[in-house]
Ligand binder design. Structure first.
Ligand SMILES: [Fe+2]
Ligand SMILES: [Fe+2]
Length: 278
């Protein structure tokens, strides 16, 4: 049976229209897999409902956390913060049969394969800084002056790490170790909520926001780890681009106010086999 490896992100199911869109999603074949590249939602029960619903439809589901999954909203009965919240989500995913960054990397053997799918959780560290700034403090000051401050500053807690950038550094070290242990014979699909390269952030409407969008420390990962494709979300600017000859796919759905002018939410993007341009 041939299937398709699909990817989607930023489902933001706190919005009713997005929740309905998710419920209506149907795979084209019983062999289809779905990558979910973060920002499913904020509330713990909503996130796990969504992943369970998708798991019932697709042969395999691969999830990475977005910043929204890592928020601790005041109205959420689950008040876990930071690493503990992430690990609790990983536990629920395992019960649901959903792959996470903490599990062995699955291998896609359908069309375009075999490729190792590497779900990554690498945060950001304020190194995508505005021009003229050299430190996080200067970068944040520019953002505050522009009135563009990521909501993560108040809702994405970094416990037990001293800062979000320290959590990011720990994630990079852990992830580099994992990637070094993969099968070197196979190309990879690198999946991370935040773009691994800064290039996609160049078109942000508010460039100050880039500091909440990634880290310079992953700028060569698509080359170093033999990526066939890099999948990301977060920017809510769905598009395909090529960096160093490698496909970068932003697969975000985004908020209803963002997709309405485009005529509706974009369905999952085919990663393999690649949809032909028309
Ligand atoms: Fe998002
Ligand atoms: Fe995000």
């Amino acid at each position: 049976m041939t299937g398709t490896l699909f990817a989607i992100s930023d489902l933001h199911i706190g919005y009713r229209e997005n929740r309905e869109f998710l419920e209506e999603l149907r795979p084209g074949s019983a062999a289809d897999w779905l990558i979910v590249a973060g920002d499913v939602g904020e509330r713990f029960d909503q996130i796990t409902w969504a992943l369970g619903t998708l798991r019932a439809k697709y042969a395999e589901v691969i999830w990475v956390p977005g910043n929204h999954e890592l928020w601790t909203p005041q109205n959420d009965p689950v008040q876990l913060r930071g690493e503990a919240r992430y690990q609790a989500l990983v536990e629920r995913c395992r019960e649901l049969g959903v792959h996470t960054p903490e599990d062995p990397y699955p291998v896609w053997r359908g069309a375009g394969g075999p490729v190792t799918i590497a779900p990554l959780f690498v945060l950001y560290d304020y190194t995508f800084r505005p021009p003229g700034t050299t430190t996080k403090e200067e970068s944040l000051a520019v953002a505050r002056a522009a009135g563009i401050v990521g909501t993560d500053e108040s809702l994405l807690h970094h416990d037990p790490y001293p800062s979000r950038e320290a959590w990011c550094a720990a994630r990079i070290e852990l992830t580099e170790r994992r990637l070094a242990q993969r099968d070197p014979a196979l190309p990879t699909v690198l999946v991370n909520h935040f773009p691994l390269h800064r290039e996609p952030t160049r078109v942000l409407r508010y460039p100050e926001f880039a500091q909440w969008c990634g880290t310079e420390r992953t700028a060569d990962w698509h080359l170093r780890y033999n990526a066939a494709v890099a999948v990301y979300g977060h920017l809510h600017i769905p598009r395909s681009m090529v960096i160093d000859g490698i496909r970068f796919e932003e697969v975000s759905v985004g908020y209803p106010r963002e997709w309405r002018p485009r005529g509706g939410p974009a369905g999952p993007r085919a990663v393999f086999p690649e949809a032909s341009a028309d």
